[in-house]
Ligand binder design. Structure first.
Ligand SMILES: C[S@@+](CC[C@H](N)C(=O)[O-])C[C@H]1O[C@@H](n2cnc3c(N)ncnc32)[C@H](O)[C@@H]1O
Length: 293
């Protein structure tokens, strides 16, 4: 590859996040102005966590749909195969809901901590046809936030064991573009593992730290550090560019299947996409075949 070819191909993928960072900073400033001059709640400015969720919700409401038209690798295919009782972590305003097949899903729980995204989320669930099978939970993925909401929703037994033991309650858990933003990722991912039934599947589509030692690129890895210093996590609702999500997933517990592949490993925002099946149950391939028929 010549230098000019390299410039043409690689540089845009390294610089693209700067556009998103700029847009996120704009929404952060607009949110601050809104809480002061529209909502007349200037004290919200001192609640940084709330402000960041609000700003991210504003960004997502304006750009989420466009940012969801295409997803890396087999993400849409994997979502379309979800079946049974499903937990969708951080569904936003439900841009991915239309990728599920409602005929295969008996109940869908969406754990979304950004309150401002809930009206859109519920609307989209209705539009796709989930009706009363959709349960919007106002909480994050971290156990201390998620487990009480699951209790309230009634899916966990009284005195619930799912947050603590290895026999969970969900057939599938979907994590699309969300584990980058959860606090205490190792512990949170372990909590999600515990909520999966034996043989249950986790669908993953996450951006991660650049794998520069293997198939990635050192320059892309350096750009991740630069964007982090420029305030990426602050303006992007806590999103970490340098997260070792594959390791957290692998260490969460025993998997019968652990199939994650990199997409765009040379980019500043490389993704891993795939499916993981928790050990202890039989692999049910029949539903995937049924979908294709
Ligand atoms: C980039 S959006 C992705 C939305 C959706 N999963 C998708 O792929 O279209 C990230 C979502 O994660 C949510 N989120 C942030 N922190 C979270 C947490 N601790 N637990 C669960 N979701 C969280 C955000 O509010 C936002 O809706």
């Amino acid at each position: 590859m010549t230098f000019s070819q390299w410039l043409g191909e690689r540089v845009p993928t390294l610089l693209r996040p700067s556009i998103l960072l700029f847009i996120a900073a704009y929404h952060f400033v607009m949110t601050m102005l809104e809480v002061v001059f529209l909502d007349w709640r200037p004290f919200t400015l001192f609640n940084i966590t709330k402000l960041r969720f609000k700003a991210f919700a504003r960004l997502w409401k304006n750009n989420g749909q466009a940012m969801s038209a295409e997803m890396p690798g087999p993400t849409f295919q994997l979502l379309s195969e979800c079946k049974g009782v499903v937990l969708d972590i951080g569904p936003g305003s439900g841009e991915m809901l239309s990728r599920f097949n409602p005929k295969l899903i008996t109940a869908l729980y969406g754990a979304e901590p950004a309150e401002d995204l809930h009206p859109g989320l519920v609307r989209n669930a209705e539009k796709v046809g989930f009706g009363s099978r959709f349960h919007a939970l106002l909480c994050g993925a971290e156990p201390k936030s998620l487990i009480p909401e699951l209790h309230k929703s009634g899916i966990l037994d009284v005195g619930g064991k799912a947050g603590l033991a290895s026999d969970g309650v969900f057939d599938e858990i979907c994590c699309t573009r969300v584990l980058c933003g959860v606090p205490h990722p190792a512990q949170t991912v372990k909590g999600l593992y515990n909520l999966l039934k034996p043989g249950g599947r986790m669908v993953v589509c996450e951006h991660v730290v650049n794998p520069w030692r293997t198939e990635g690129r050192i320059l892309a890895r350096l750009m991740q550090i630069v964007y982090t210093f420029l305030g990426w996590p602050f303006f992007m609702g806590g999103c970490a560019l340098q997260r070792h999500t594959p390791e957290y997933l692998r260490d969460a517990g025993e998997w019968e299947k652990f199939d994650l592949k990199y997409y765009g490993p040379e980019d500043a925002i490389p993704f891993v996409v795939g499916e993981l099946v928790k050990k202890g149950g039989s692999l049910d391939k029949s539903y995937a075949a049924a979908v294709k028929e």
